[in-house]
Ligand binder design. Structure first.
Ligand SMILES: [Zn+2]
Length: 148
């Protein structure tokens, strides 16, 4: 018998000050997840989890998302090798966001475009254009995922 580590939402007091994980899934059954590098706290990516993805993340220690485009669970790194090994999982005050701190496998990239972080561009406040400052891509996406 496997019992879920996730609990039903209860009172505000329980959710904000209690000891149990009571995540709030939206009307589509999803909760946002931010993933950072456990060593540097660099923000690597943002994606959604559903209940299965969150349970799988906790159970297997591999960060698992729900792919909205593919409509299925997405164990990060399954095809690329850049597995995100969960080192710490947090939720915020009202438990409507998940924060995963992870060790990144292989070449350490998290973005499907080959960059370490998905946030590889910043807005230049003067020009209001995007500037690349996330370093060089760590892999060639075409090689890993194929063309198209
Ligand atoms: Zn990305």
């Amino acid at each position: 018998m496997s019992q879920s580590c996730l609990h039903e939402r209860s009172s505000k007091e329980e959710i904000e000050k209690g000891l149990r994980l009571q995540p709030k899934f939206d009307e589509n059954g999803l909760i946002p997840c931010i993933t950072t590098d456990v060593h540097t706290n660099e923000v690597l990516m943002f994606a959604f989890m559903n209940k299965d993805a969150l349970e799988n993340t906790i159970k297997t220690g591999k960060v698992t998302y729900f792919s909205r485009s593919r409509g299925k669970l997405w164990v990060k790194g399954e095809s690329s090798g850049q597995v995100q090994r969960l080192r710490e999982l947090r939720t915020d005050c009202d438990q409507d966001v998940i924060l995963c701190k992870a060790d990144i496998g292989e070449n350490g990239a998290s973005c499907h475009n080959g960059y370490r972080s998905c946030f590889y561009r910043k807005l230049d406040p003067q020009d209001q254009t995007l500037v690349f400052d996330g370093g060089e891509p760590l892999f060639d996406p075409e090689e890993v995922y194929g063309k198209g």
